[in-house]
Design a protein around this ligand. Sequence first.
Ligand code: ADP
Ligand code: 5GP
Length: 192
Amino acid sequence: MPAVLVVTGPSGAGKGTLIRKLVERVPGIEVTVSATTRELRRGEENGREYWFLTDDDFLARVARGEFLEHVEYVSGHRYGTLRSELERIAANGHVPLLELETEGALRVKHEVSGAVTIFISARVEELERRLRERATESTGEIGERIELARKQLEQAGEFDHVIENDDLERAVAELTALVRGLLGATATMPRR
Ligand code: ADP
Ligand code: 5GP
């Protein structure tokens, strides 16, 4: 059984969408709540999507060694995985699932034994279309995310598995089958 599952890929690839569907279908997985210094989006709640921290608080936690990994992403926003999240999930007897950008994902792959990394991919033009439609970032930040996405797509081969998210239902089926195989689980939960 993997110690941790990591889902990575460029912004707009569909990581969040696929993870939500995965956890509905496969029991025994719990998504870590990362810390970030970016602003809350409409509909987000502190402690649910992220722990929203000030820059000072984030850096103080870095200094105290509270993070498994942390990065500075576009627009100077920081993101990181708190070690306490892994401990909380392991105490529940579940496998932690981390949703990370590629730099953090590669760090976890190399530093956490038993980590399995899954790269979610999509064409750049499609990423741009989805981010514009999602409309959660400014035009400038979408541009930054797309520039970064071009570089991230070239890194796909460095991860253990790559899933192309063109057709959503097919991608969900592929991810679900992969993770069930990794967990050795045959049990399924009813679709909501
Ligand atoms: P990420 O978490 O990787 O940034 P999201 O899960 O937020 O990506 O998806 C970005 C946007 O694209 C969302 O609005 C989502 O509904 C949409 N989306 C996700 N997968 C697909 C797909 N296969 N086809 C079309 N739209 C998709
Ligand atoms: P968003 O601002 O769209 O929620 O996330 C931006 C990017 O940060 C996404 O690619 C997401 O996967 C990544 N991310 C979220 N939490 C973490 C984290 O704890 N560590 C790292 N390295 N990346 C993260």
